[in-house]
Design a protein around this ligand. Structure first.
Ligand code: ADP
Length: 269
């Protein structure tokens, strides 16, 4: 039951009473469950054919099955990019269903913060170069370790970096950094000199399926939602600051691996 209370005011402006409405949301919740099941099933069923499709396109594009005309090469490249995009959407939908059913298990370990930055930078360096952007990495010195699932934390950084690359015009700069942020936390930042986000959208970009109207999108508006859920599952926080026309900074925190848990990490800046 979802309770909702509304005050009733007297003519003098004082509170004279309260109406309380109890709405039975069982059917709505059931509908939400069905929707989640449908999304998960469809995304799951897409995986196998998508893998075959990617393989066929890859072999054809690499001319493993015969030479291509320049026009065919161009078409194959477009098909390849669409497949990657589709794969990204399927992965996001599967992550969403894992989050909603509480099945996103973390394999937490001690992870070097600099290695996380380097992994994301390596994955996106080609895209940044193709987009004519400078990509800078600033790792903490001396090195620090965080307690994180390296794969999931890598997904968060890659999502933020891919967004920064997508929303920064040619000639701009994207910077990845991490530093000790007090209270046993490490703060990761992805800063860009791109189009920025207006205040009324900035609060909503972390919402499920939210995309800024008129902005280029990488998927279905799930990237930041999933990223924030992953960070929250680690006990960290995530946020963003932006100046429209100047750029954006997306940040998140992860817990510092303690000195006493083995491995000899120094928790000093
Ligand atoms: P998607 O996966 O569809 O790209 P996201 O959840 O990653 O969705 O992002 C939500 C919205 O936030 C996007 O539509 C985009 O407009 C905006 N956005 C995200 N990152 C940036 C950025 N670095 N600069 C400007 N806009 C951004």
């Amino acid at each position: 039951l979802l309770p909702r209370a509304t005050p009733l005011y007297s003519e003098e402006g004082g509170v004279a009473g309260v109406t309380i409405v109890l709405q039975d949301v069982t059917r709505l919740m059931r509908f939400d469950e069905l929707k989640n099941d449908l999304v998960a099933t469809v995304a799951h069923e897409f995986r196998t054919p998508l893998t075959s499709l990617r393989m066929a396109i890859h072999l054809t594009a690499e001319e493993a099955v015969g030479p291509l005309t320049p026009k065919q090469v161009e078409l194959m490249q477009a098909a390849r990019e669409d497949c990657e995009r589709l794969q990204g959407i399927v992965d996001d939908l599967l992550d969403l269903s894992r989050i909603q059913s509480g099945r996103m298990a973390l394999q937490v370990d001690r992870v070097d913060a600099g290695a996380l930055l380097a992994g994301a930078a390596t994955a996106l360096r080609g895209a940044a170069e193709a987009a004519g952007l400078e990509l800078a990495v600033s790792a903490p010195e001396p090195p620090v370790e965080v307690r994180a699932d390296p794969e999931r934390a890598g997904i968060v950084l890659s999502n933020l970096l891919a967004n920064a690359v997508r929303h920064t015009p040619r000639g701009g700069r994207v910077e990845l950094s991490a530093r000790l942020a007090g209270e046993g936390a490490v703060r990761f930042e992805v800063r860009d000199t791109g189009e920025g986000i207006a205040r009324e959208h900035l609060e909503r970009v972390f919402d499920k399926f939210y995309r800024v109207p008129g902005s280029r999108s990488g998927g279905v508006g799930l990237g930041l939602y999933i990223s924030r859920e992953i960070v929250h599952a680690h006990g960290g926080e995530m946020g963003a600051e932006s100046v429209p026309g100047r750029g954006s900074t997306f940040w998140f925190t992860l817990g510092l691996a303690s000195e006493h848990a083995g491995g000899g990490v120094k928790a000093t800046a």
